[in-house]
Design a binder for this molecule. Sequence first.
Ligand code: IMP
Length: 205
Amino acid sequence: MKHQENITLVFATRNRHKIEEISKMLVTHQMEDLLLMQGLDAIGSQEEIPETHETIIENAIEKATYIAEKYQVNCFAEDSGLEVDALDGAPGVHSAHYAGPHRDDDENLDLVLTRMEGLKNRSARYRTVIALYLDGSIHTFEGTVEGKITDARIGSGGFGYDPIFIPDGYDTTFGVLSPEIKNKISHRYVATQKFLTFLRGKFGT
Ligand code: IMP
């Protein structure tokens, strides 16, 4: 596919799983020559990026704005989480550090299973917001995938809560389903599609 111009954006994350998933989506959408994605290393950023808000959208905007303004770059950030209805939306914005500040995926997942023990309502969703900081303006793109929480972990693929999340329409978890399937239906896929459609409209042919 030919493009009029390309755009370089820093991806303000240190989560290698997010980078891997979005990189694969760029290839699937034939966008890897339109959007050149730079890591934080390329701009010399080593600090912890602040996430001080109680909503996913505010944190995504905060992360993108922090990096864009500090390093004078166009940039995007992603904030995401698992919302469990029977836990009043927890772990939600606290998904990465639900069981403590050391951000341990296994402990987080076990805590959800423990708090869900015996509960009948297993419905949940992953939510993500991508915030794009482009030439001083912010644009946001949201995606969700509905599903349910298992009674125990199934599979070990993916990351975070994937071994306990069964997306609607499937009979097993993201811990078992292939990355190809996850990347076609996930919250991150839905948000990335909106994000890429926006970039294509602005910069593509
Ligand atoms: P963030 O880095 O503050 O956005 O935290 C995101 C957290 O939400 C991750 O550390 C995971 O715990 C959880 N999460 C977000 N997306 C996914 C996913 O695709 N699979 C599993 N867990 C996810």
